[in-house]
Design a protein around this ligand. Structure first.
Ligand code: SF4
Length: 388
């Protein structure tokens, strides 16, 4: 389980042709207050001991947090009233505070901008579908990957988020769904995707600890099946390989965005460190280890990566590894205002899909949830002001 967050340098990024793009002032942040979910059991026991609380109080706190989704001392009715407040302050410091929310898709999508303890801002998006409710969460403040078409990439990496900061997005969303704050009435948060701000593999330790606590059954976690959790990466190969070795059946999503190194070097700077062959090899090995189909994310950009030749090459590259191991999600780019990277023409999207299907590749055009509220990652933060 993670203690304090790491520095934020992506594993493998110290060598070769890639370094994280860092935001100004990234290293002068201090650390978020330590939260219940940042501590392992021993640390929790020690902290409780310092407050004069016996061991079993830690289990009660876990139950309040994970089973009842509560950090409000007034609800700790099994706790002596004299120590409720102190315990809540020690174990459940306020880590994220809502700044603004935007609602779209007739109330089925809510995007929230959160402020962290140091004034940094991150975002999460809650989306209701007919058979599931999915939360997209952030794992870093900003992102160091520097993809030129992406608003978050323009900000650079400010810092890694702690496990507590990551999990608080999940708890807040689970409460919102339970209370019926999404259109369609009360329900249950069923899926979590690490596709908000940041490169999850750049903050591996905290992300993995968060994954474990999202999937563990209450009172050790939120009880959302690991099969319903997706961890995305832009292609940080050591992270993919490490995750494959954890034996947790989370889905892997790889943001490929281009089928050749020449094009991907331009769109995804990390490609100069780990090229398409290394990334696809690792993704396929992840499929073999997890038996879960890997999602290939592909932002369609007009005239750049959305032509027939790109679709054909993508199909060839994927089919090289055999059948049915990957699912391609082309997604129309939600462009940054004033940028040269813009969304594909609908007929180009259609042709791209047709070529993949004809080559036997599973592919679904991902819906652009929240496209009327700046759905592409990072855009809300970029518009509201700096993330730092
Ligand atoms: S596209 Fe993803 S990996 Fe690239 S800069 Fe944006 S958030 Fe980071």
């Amino acid at each position: 389980m993670a203690g304090q967050p790491d520095s934020g340098i992506t594993p493998g990024g110290e060598h070769g042709g890639f370094r994280d793009v860092l935001a100004p002032g990234h290293a002068r942040r201090g650390k978020p207050p330590l939260h219940f979910t940042d501590m392992d059991d021993r640390a929790r026991q020690e902290a409780a001991g310092k407050l004069g609380l016996p061991r079993f109080r830690v289990s009660q706190l876990a139950n309040h947090y994970f089973s009842h989704l509560s950090i409000d001392p007034d609800t700790f009715s099994d706790f002596p009233s004299a120590s409720r407040q102190e315990a809540a302050e020690r174990f459940f410091p306020a880590l994220i505070t809502p700044v603004t929310s935007q609602v779209a898709d007739r109330g089925m999508t809510v995007k929230t901008l959160w402020k962290l303890f140091d004034g940094s801002q991150i975002e999460s998006v809650l989306m209701r579908y007919p058979k599931r409710v999915t939360l997209c969460i952030s794992s870093q403040v900003g992102c160091g990957m520097g993809c030129p078409f992406c608003a978050t990439g323009q900000l650079g990496l400010t810092r890694n988020m702690s496990t507590g900061e990551i999990l608080e997005q999940v708890r807040a969303a689970a409460v919102a769904v339970r209370q019926g704050r999404l259109a369609g009435g009360p329900g249950r948060l069923s899926n979590v995707v690490f596709m908000g701000m940041g490169e999850p593999m750049g903050n591996y330790r905290s992300v993995l600890s968060a994954v474990r606590q999202i999937s563990a059954l209450p009172p050790h976690g939120f009880g959302i099946s690991a099969r319903n959790i997706t961890v995305s990466t832009v292609g940080v190969v050591p992270g993919i390989r490490k995750l494959a070795g954890e034996g947790i059946p989370v889905r892997l999503a790889v943001s490929l965005h281009a089928p050749s190194d020449a094009l991907r070097d331009e769109l995804v700077p990390m490609n100069r460190r780990f090229d398409t062959e290394q990334v696809l090899d690792a993704a396929h090995d992840y499929y073999l280890a997890s038996k879960r189909r890997v999602s290939i994310e592909y932002a369609l950009m007009r005239g750049i990566n959305d032509q027939a030749e790109h679709a054909r090459l993508l199909a060839k590259r994927l089919n090289h590894y055999g059948d049915d191991w990957a699912h391609v999600n082309p997604i129309p780019l939600n462009p940054i205002e004033g940028s040269r990277w813009t969304a594909s023409e609908p007929e180009d999207e259609r042709r791209f899909l047709e070529i993949l299907h004809a080559a036997g590749i599973a592919a679904t055009l991902r819906d652009t949830r929240g496209s009327d509220i700046d759905g592409a990652c990072g855009q809300l933060a970029a518009k509201t002001g700096q993330v730092h």
